[in-house]
Design a protein. Sequence first.
Length: 213
Amino acid sequence: MFELNKFLENQKITSLRPAQEKAIEAGLLEDKNVLICTPTASGKTLIAEMAMIKNISERKGKAIYIVPLKALASEKYKNFKAKYDKICKVALSIGDLDKNDSYLSDYDIIISTSEKLDSLIRHHTPWLKYIKTIVIDEIHLINDPGRGPTLEILITMLREIIPHSQIIALSATIGNPLELSTWLNANLIVDNWRPVELKKGILFEKKVQFHNN
């Protein structure tokens, strides 16, 4: 069974950030879908990690972590593998779009781009039905003219294929959070806390003059 305090202790985390606390209160660890809209570096990824590790440790199913770019996928893969390699198997799937990567049935956390996962679905990848946690990073790109349609169709197909999965959607900025949370059937978490105060200023002749407010 998943023990939150033990998980945090293993990660050397002594306290949760505001959005993380709100996510837990909103049912993150009770299989509820959540849409997280908080600033960069506010702890969104850890929210996803808690859900993934909980569902994996309780043998509810695999986790798929969807990102828009291969570089970001590689970064997440290195990070998750370093943190969780001793308790679960982490894989990266961003390659050939003409393969179904059936070998991934042996892995617990799979990091993939939207385009690659779309291809896996169309190739009837057998392990998809074993996914419990769906993490969608940078979900605001659903409004992007280039990547948006693929992401929207991908989410729609995943919800049809694995209707009992838990969706964790992450975004730093999004214009229509209420509408999106309703579409995802997700509890909306909005928080403005950031680890470093954001200041506005003007750079002129190598000097920065910050605004007072």
